[in-house]
Design a protein around this ligand. Structure first.
Ligand code: TXA
Ligand code: MG
Length: 360
């Protein structure tokens, strides 16, 4: 039931005023829910050490209870307290990538409630780099559990408006700052004897990780097929980021062939009289505009060569497609390297694993 009055706190140049910080800290201490910006996506924060507060996160999002939450802190000493054991390999990653878009899964300290961990013996920890997030975490000294601040199954929120659209009336506060910079979630890794294992690709690329550690990618992190059997990370099992209309994703190693297949599929489906949404790079959308575009709604993601721009726009574009009420969606895939791996993972899940290969 949406009966809570959701209050908005507006930041000024990326920071909250001292009285606003006090208001958020006191809200968290009372077990309330506060959505706040991070450099990746907006998070829905509550006191990670209060089982009652964390249960409310799951309820507001409609999130399956076996999917653990990431715990956010303001400095490494707090992170060390949350981990039952902080191996040297994790310290090296923390040193290099914190504050930033990396979540490290470690054995959990006993005082972290089971509900926060989704019942696992481990906990995912991250120090975000967004100035507002750091301000709140450092001044509160609290450990804040924060999943993405969207309804489960919807695209993650990259603006306060996205959070409002999903959660108004269900949470106490939204901290309003601009669009998030990275636009896809943090990279989730586990650290073990065999090195660093990527469980979810995200804002820190595999190439960046490989500069400081031996890296393997868990097959479930690719998102190219549903995970069968036990998942290394529960989030792999769920079809996230699902637009309302059925979607098909075109992938292939030759960008020209992918572009051609996207145009061909879109025009063929549109000729049948359906309204077709096209989620593709600016170049492909421009080419399509030269055709009969009566039944096409183009949602450009960004210039083909600018993967950072595409990542920053992808969830916004998926929400726009939902609002446009299209019958079917055709999505142009991206090369799965660098930030492209995180984007490809989100697109594959958005398409519900409906992949078409365009190889030539
Ligand atoms: O960028 C982000 O990571 C954002 C911002 C708000 O920090 N948060 C976020 O949280 O994306 P969420 O809950 O939407 O996604 C967390 C992912 C899930 O796929 C979950 O299964 C995985 O991290 N995860 C969390 N704790 C884990 C653990 N102990 N073991 C394995 N996977 C874990
Ligand atoms: Mg999420």
């Amino acid at each position: 039931m949406r009966e809570i009055e959701t209050k908005i706190l507006v930041t000024n140049e990326g920071l909250l005023a001292p009285a606003q910080v006090d208001e958020v800290v006191s809200a968290w201490e009372q077990g309330f829910l506060v959505a706040f910006p991070t450099e990746t996506v907006y998070g829905l924060g509550a006191n990670a050490l209060s089982a009652d507060a964390v249960v409310r996160i799951f309820a507001a999002k409609g999130r399956p209870s076996d999917n653990p939450l990431i715990v956010h802190v303001g400095d490494i000493s707090q992170a060390v307290e949350l981990a039952g054991y902080f191996p040297p390999a994790a310290s090296a990653l923390a040193e290099q990538f914190w504050p930033g878009p990396l979540t490290i899964v470690l054995p959990a300290a006993a005082h972290i409630p089971a509900v926060t961990r989704g019942g696992l013996a481990t906990v995912g920890i991250r120090i975000p780099s967004h100035p507002t997030a750091l301000q709140l975490l450092r001044q509160s000294r609290l450990a804040i559990a924060a999943p993405s601040a969207n309804t489960s199954g919807r695209p993650s929120p990259v603006s306060a408006q996205d959070v409002w659209d999903d959660l108004a009336g269900l949470i106490e506060y939204i901290v309003y700052s601009g669009r998030t910079g990275i636009g896809v979630e943090s990279t989730v890794v586990s650290v073990g004897d065999e090195g660093v294992r990527v469980l979810r690709p995200g804002g820190v690329t595999v190439e960046q990780l490989a500069e400081v550690a031996d890296v393997t990618i868990d097959p479930g992190a690719l998102g190219d097929a549903p995970v069968v059997g036990p998942a290394a990370s529960p989030g792999m099992k769920y079809r996230h980021y699902a637009p309302k209309a059925p979607a098909v994703l075109v992938e292939g190693s030759n960008p020209g062939a992918v572009e051609e297949k996207v145009m061909d599929l879109a025009l063929t489906l549109a000729a049948d009289g359906q309204t077709i949404g096209v989620l593709a790079c600016t170049e492909t959308c421009n080419l399509l505009r030269g055709h009969n575009t009566e039944n096409l709604i183009m949602v450009p993601t960004g210039p083909r060569k600018d993967m950072a721009a595409i990542a920053a726009n992808i969830y916004h574009c998926l929400r726009e497609l939902d609002r446009s009420g299209v019958d079917h969606i055709v999505i142009e895939g991206v090369p799965p390297t660098g930030m492209g791996l995180a984007v490809a993972n989100r697109l594959r899940k958005a398409a519900g694993y409906q992949l078409v290969r365009a190889d030539s």
